[in-house]
Design a protein around this ligand. Structure first.
Ligand code: ARG
Length: 524
């Protein structure tokens, strides 16, 4: 927090006032930082919670204060005069409640309106970040878990970008690993002329994956060839590299269609990208004495963990963890990111804790979590169907994201059509307009439903709920926005002109609540 006076979030500004008050009232306790929070009671907008703690610190040293409440009174008496504060009160054991001045609130909102919301972007100590999100696996399903990762990850990336952080949006796709042996062998077997055929000929990659897996499980000679194919691919044989590329390319097209529909931008740096760096990184970790032999594998033991982190498998192959160590090394040293954020379901928490611990042992990361560079695993709960089990569709066992987005769009289009019909207005709309609106509403509904649910817990996917036009949904928000636009349009006034010539007045109690929420934008 390196802010000049009169700058920063409202909370920072109020904290500054209390800092002054605390050091005036209790000069001996200069280390006490103001504890300011949004007030949960009606009696205030913000509150300062220092009195109780201070009281127990000083009661042995001075007789001046008989209770925490008296400490609270002293804090209030020493507050410097400020246009921000309308009134203060001291509650119970010294909680200082602050009510903000209506005039100041209105002034603050007016300047947000005139200067643009960008001016209130939080100031962060980090300048460059990696957000590792979405990250589906080639040829396997891109499922609702990846959808959550995509939506939450994009949102975090947007918030950081809004706060003037340079963000590397990384799609850490699973494009490397033993499954490629069987995929490539199956491609050779099924399509001898695979080099010349278009992607469409191969058809659905998930079906292709399943079929190759069946071959792998049933035919020992196929299995043997598949295992050999992995070795040849990793050895860089061109025929195998080309086949691998072809398979990745098909997956990528499918993924991109989903990203395009969601309006999410990502840059792919898949697992294969880091493969090259693994040996060097493991050598460094070995030289630092972190890697040991255990039951034929090479592992890193981490204090407090029962099982070690395996970094080289028994068969000498690298794995998910070795790739993540190399990726972390690359992001810290080559990309020089100061904050690296990973989005996966909560089930991978242990994996990331171990990778982070290994990096800390290696001295790549500071011991103190608050110092940079820092790493964060943002885990999330599962998406459930109405039956309380993992979300599935009628048609297939897994939910294909494209189908899910289709359904969101179709449902919102049907509803839109019905309403226009009821109002006799359907004829005014072109098919393109219907489609565009249905897409905006349908996809937003999916995103918003995900974001409004608690991130950490499982949530139940329901088209009915997310497309409800009356609840806390994207449909309602978009409706409110469209209405506001229409009010402005119908006023016949120029909005820029209005902004400059009219001043904001918070007359009604609801307007004040709205105003308070607006000014808390940056701190939220
Ligand atoms: N591909 C993984 C999965 O589908 C997610 C990768 C997350 N990122 C990472 N650096 N490990 O579960």
């Amino acid at each position: 927090d390196k802010m000049e006076d009169g700058m920063g979030t409202v909370k920072q500004q109020i904290s500054r006032l209390f800092k002054n008050s605390l050091s005036a009232a209790f000069p001996e306790e200069s280390s006490v930082e103001p504890a300011v929070a949004v007030c949960t009671q009606k009696s205030g907008d913000y509150q300062c919670n220092n009195a109780m703690g201070l009281f127990s610190k000083i009661k042995g040293k001075t007789k001046e204060f008989k209770s925490p409440n008296a400490v609270g009174q002293a804090i209030v008496r020493n507050l410097p005069p400020s246009e921000i504060i309308e009134s203060t009160s001291v509650a119970g054991p010294g909680f200082v409640n602050v009510i903000l001045s209506n005039k100041w609130l209105a002034k603050y909102i007016q300047s947000m309106l005139l200067d643009g919301i960008e001016k209130w972007a939080p100031v962060l100590s980090v300048t460059k970040a990696v957000v590792d999100f979405s990250s589906p696996n080639i040829a396997k399903e891109m499922h609702v878990g990846h959808l959550r990762s995509t939506i939450i990850g994009d949102t975090l990336a947007r918030m950081l970008e809004f706060s003037n952080v340079e963000v590397l949006r990384r799609n850490h796709v699973g494009d490397w690993g033993t499954q490629f042996g069987m995929l490539i062998e199956y491609l050779f077997e099924k399509f001898p002329n695979w080099e010349d055929i278009g992607e469409q000929a191969i058809g659905d990659l998930q079906d292709f994956y399943k079929a190759s897996k069946r071959r792998f499980d049933e035919d020992p000679s196929f299995k043997e060839r598949a295992q050999l194919a992995v070795v040849r691919l990793q050895g860089g044989e061109s025929r195998y590299r080309d086949a691998w590329k072809k398979i990745c390319e098909i997956s990528r097209r499918e993924f991109d269609l989903v990203y395009e529909r969601l309006g999410v931008h990502l840059e792919e740096k898949g697992e294969s990208f880091y493969n090259l760096y693994i040996p060097k990184v493991l050598e460094e970790l070995t030289n630092k004495g972190l890697v040991e032999e255990s039951e034929g594998a090479r592992v890193i033991f981490i204090e407090g963990q029962q099982i070690p982190l395996i970094v080289v498998k028994k068969d000498k192959g690298f794995n998910y963890a070795s790739t993540d160590l190399a990726a972390l090394w690359y992001r810290l040293n080559v990309e020089e990111a100061k904050w690296i954020i990973y989005l996966t379901d909560a089930g991978q928490q242990m994996h990331f804790q171990m990778v982070f611990s290994a990096a800390r042992l290696a001295g790549w990361l500071p011991k103190d979590d608050n110092e940079t560079p820092k790493v964060t695993h943002v885990g999330f709960g599962l998406v459930l169907g109405s039956d309380g089990k993992r979300f599935r569709t009628r048609s297939s066992e897994v939910v294909r994201l494209a189908e899910l987005l289709d359904e969101a769009k179709d449902r919102s289009k049907a509803e839109l059509r019905k309403r226009l019909e009821d109002n006799g207005k359907l004829a005014d709309w072109t098919e393109v307009e219907l489609d565009q609106t249905a897409e905006a509403v349908g996809y937003a509904a999916v995103k918003y439903a995900d974001l409004k649910n608690n991130r950490g817990t499982n949530y139940t996917f329901s088209f009915e709920q997310m497309l409800n036009d009356k609840g806390n949904t994207a449909v309602y928000l978009l409706y409110a926005h469209a209405r506001i636009c229409s009010i402005i349009r119908k006023s016949g006034k120029d909005i820029e002109e209005l902004k400059k010539t009219k001043s904001i007045v918070l007359g009604h109690a609801d307007e004040r609540i709205l105003g308070l929420n607006l000014i808390q934008f940056a701190e939220v």
